[in-house]
Design a protein. Structure first.
Length: 291
């Protein structure tokens, strides 16, 4: 099956980062796609990516100087978590996962995912990527996975916070928000939506933010200095509630695939001290996924 028209494959030759992550560092947001011949993409997917198998992911992890991965189920595989589970069980204990599940999943299947290393489920509210699951179904799924000690990964845009806030606060477990909840860089750090997002994080002490994907929000392009102030504001204000990841293999990029080495070199700009880097890359993800 060919890739979707205009789909941009991941960078073929990323640079070696100048920044060296601390020992035990975790790439807390990445994906595996296929290979399609073994793990077919979902019929209802909104896009067809290139193959991005576990071997490529683990080689990139080592090249960038990281120790572990958190692999997040992507929408192109929908609720078929087999590629994810396959990567987890072949990771030598160096990967945990976030699954995408429907209400029809059995308790035995949830236990199997837990045994493989899944520690959360993802709810996606980005309309161009997925037809969102009804909220009452999500609440029922959330109640079941909370019993396993799992958390919920939320992919939404914080411009929708007014509409979504009460639903998010109703969920019974830790929430982890993808990609800084999609800031609008043109509004600036002092813009209303971002400031409202910081207030929501202040008010909800179990909310965690991934300070990821500057390449998706930048106006000026690499090295993404226009996005760094947003991530740094979150890291410095909530140092024990932030995690970081590459988002490899960077699905649905509009113009170009980012250089993963360059993304790693953004870390000192958003977490400027060794203590902040240790929390962001080691302590926080280890507590969330490996404890």
């Amino acid at each position: 099956m060919p890739m979707s028209p205009g789909y941009i494959p991941f960078h073929p030759n990323p640079s070696k980062p100048k920044y060296k992550p601390p020992a035990g560092a975790v790439d807390s947001h990445c994906h595996v796609f296929g290979p399609e011949a073994v793990f077919p993409f979902a019929p209802k997917r909104k896009y067809t990516p290139c193959d991005a198998p576990k071997e490529k992911l683990f080689a990139l992890r080592d090249f960038l100087g990281f120790d572990k991965n958190v692999i997040v189920q992507a929408t192109c595989h929908d609720t078929d978590n087999r590629a994810l589970v396959d990567a987890l069980v072949h990771s030598n204990g160096k990967a945990k996962g976030v699954a995408f599940v429907g209400e029809d999943i059995t308790d035995a299947e949830l236990q199997e995912l837990d045994k493989a290393g899944v520690r959360g489920v993802r709810f996606n509210f980005i309309k161009r990527l997925v037809d969102s699951t009804p909220k009452d179904v999500m609440q029922r799924i959330a109640a079941r996975i909370a019993k396993l000690g799992w958390h919920i990964v939320i992919y939404f845009e914080h411009a929708d916070l007014d509409e979504m806030g009460s639903f998010l606060e109703s969920l019974p477990t830790t929430l982890v928000f993808d990609h800084m909840a999609c800031p609008n860089v043109k509004e600036g750090v002092e813009g209303r939506h971002f400031q409202n997002w910081l207030k929501a994080l202040d008010a909800n002490k179990s909310w965690i933010t991934k300070v990821t994907c500057p390449e998706r929000f930048t106006v000026t392009g690499p090295p993404y200095d226009d996005v760094a102030p947003f991530a740094r504001a979150i890291v410095e204000r909530f140092p024990d509630r932030v995690i970081w990841g590459t988002d490899w293999p960077h699905p649905n990029m509009p113009n170009e695939a980012p250089d993963d080495g360059l993304l790693v070199d953004c870390i000192p700009k958003i977490a400027p001290t060794p203590a902040l880097q240790q929390a962001l890359l080691v302590d926080n993800p280890m507590r969330l996924y490996w404890s």
